[in-house]
Design a protein around this ligand. Structure first.
Ligand code: SD4
Length: 347
C-alpha cells in the first residue's frame, strides 16, 4: 500500500491540467481539475471509491447514468459502518433520520427527507420521481410511501458504534458542528475510517454524479445529515439545487459539508449556472465556495463545504472551504477509481 503523500503526488503527476490559480505556496498534492472522457463517475470522499465501483458496474457496461448513481448511493447506504444509511449516527433524540435525492438527464427529480426505518432512501426517492407527480416527500409520509411500495420497514436500532457515540454525546448534549475532512492519518488504510480518533464522524454524506457513454448526466445524494442534529432537521442533500443539481446541457454537481451554508447559496444550482456562463467545473465550485466565505468570512473558517462537478464534456472539478475534502473519480483510464484531494479556500 502506498502512503498518502506518495499516492497524491503520483495522482498529481498523472493529471495533466492543474488549477491555473494555484500559487507557489500551494504547490502540493492537491488536484481540483481532472480531465476525463466519458463514461465517468465522481463521488465525494475516500469512500466514494466504493460507491463508484457500484456505479461502474453499470457505466462500464454502457449503462444509464441514473442507474449508476442509484447503485452508488445504495452501496453507501448498505454499508453498516458508513456515514450514511441506518448504521449512521442519530439525531439528538437518538433517531437515525435520512435524506436523499436523485436527478436524471431530463430534469426529473425525486427527494425524501427526515425518513426513518428505510434502508435505501435513494431508491424511495427514485420511486417517487418515476411513479408520482411529486418531487419531495418528508417524514412519516415518505416512510408510508416507501412501505406501500414494497420497501421493508426496519425497526429502530442504533449500530453499536452509533450507540456508543450517542451515549458519549449525551454526557454534554452539546451540538458542535464538525469540520468534515478525510482522516488523513489513517488514509492509507483500505477501509476508510468514517470517524476521527475521538469517534466523531468525519463526514455523513455520499454524493455521486455521473456521465454515461451516451453523454447523459445524472446525480444522487444520500445522507444521515449532521450527527446529533435537532430532531426534524433537514440539510442540503435532499434539496434539489442545494445538495444536488443536474442540467443535461451543462453538467452535474453535488455537495458535502454544512448543509445550512449550501442551502443559503443554492449551492449546486449556483455551480451549474456558473458553468452555463462559461466557467470550468473547478472554477464554478470555487465560485460557490467564495459565496459562502464572503457571507461570513469568520464563520467560514470554522466549517466545511465541498463541491464536485462534471461538465458535459467529462471534465471534473472540485473545491472546498477547508483542506481535507476528497473525491473519487472512476473512468476507463482508472476503472478501479482514483482519489484526489480538492484545493481549498483555507489551509
Ligand atoms: C447535511 N450536507 O445534512 C450534509 C452533511 C454532510 O458530511 O455532508 N456531512 O448538511
Amino acid at each position: 500500500m502506498i502512503d498518502r503523500r506518495r499516492f497524491l503526488f503520483l495522482s498529481a503527476l498523472t493529471v495533466p491540467l492543474l488549477s491555473s490559480r494555484r500559487s507557489a505556496a500551494q504547490k502540493t498534492d492537491r488536484v481540483s481539475t481532472v480531465k476525463s472522457k466519458f463514461p465517468v463517475v465522481v463521488s465525494t470522499w475516500d469512500s466514494g471509491i466504493r460507491a463508484n465501483a457500484a456505479a461502474w458496474n453499470v457505466l462500464g457496461k454502457k449503462g444509464r447514468a441514473l442507474d449508476a448513481v442509484e447503485q452508488a448511493a445504495r452501496s453507501a447506504e448498505d454499508e453498516i459502518s458508513c456515514c450514511v444509511g441506518l448504521g449512521a449516527y442519530p439525531d439528538r433524540d437518538g433517531f437515525v433520520t435520512l435524506d436523499a435525492s436523485i436527478m436524471d438527464e431530463f430534469a426529473n427529480c425525486g427527494s425524501v427527507a427526515f425518513v426513518r426505518h428505510i434502508k435505501n432512501p435513494i431508491s424511495v426517492a427514485r420511486k417517487l420521481m418515476e411513479t408520482t407527480p411529486h418531487v419531495f416527500l418528508a417524514g412519516d409520509g415518505a416512510e408510508q410511501f416507501a412501505i406501500q411500495n414494497g420497501f421493508e420497514r426496519i425497526p429502530e436500532k442504533l449500530s453499536p458504534e452509533a450507540q456508543k457515540a450517542y451515549k458519549e454525546w449525551l454526557k454534554k448534549s452539546q451540538y458542535k458542528s464538525v469540520i468534515n475532512i478525510e482522516n488523513s492519518k489513517k488514509r492509507s488504510e483500505v477501509i476508510t475510517p468514517y470517524r476521527f480518533d475521538d469517534g466523531s464522524p468525519n463526514h455523513d454524506t455520499m454524493g455521486t454524479i455521473a456521465l454515461d457513454a451516451k453523454g447523459n448526466l445524472s446525480g444522487a445524494c444520500t445522507t444521515s445529515g449532521m450527527a446529533f442534529k435537532i430532531h426534524g432537521r433537514v440539510g442540503d442533500s435532499p434539496i434539489i439545487g442545494s445538495g444536488l443539481f443536474v442540467d443535461n446541457e451543462i453538467g452535474a454537481a453535488t455537495s458535502s459539508g454544512v448543509g445550512e451554508e449550501v442551502i443559503r447559496i443554492c449551492g449546486t444550482h449556483t455551480v451549474i449556472e456558473s458553468m452555463r456562463h462559461g466557467m470550468t467545473p473547478e472554477n464554478a465550485c470555487r465560485e460557490a465556495v467564495e459565496r459562502i466565505v464572503k457571507r461570513d468570512p469568520e464563520k467560514a473558517k470554522t466549517l466545511q463545504v465541498g463541491f464536485i462537478a462534471i461538465g458535459k464534456n467529462g471534465k471534473v472539478g472540485a473545491y472546498s472551504v477547508q483542506k481535507g475534502f476528497t473525491y473519487a473519480v472512476t473512468n476507463d483510464e482508472f476503472p478501479e477509481g482514483k482519489v484526489y484531494e480538492a484545493e481549498s479556500r483555507f489551509e
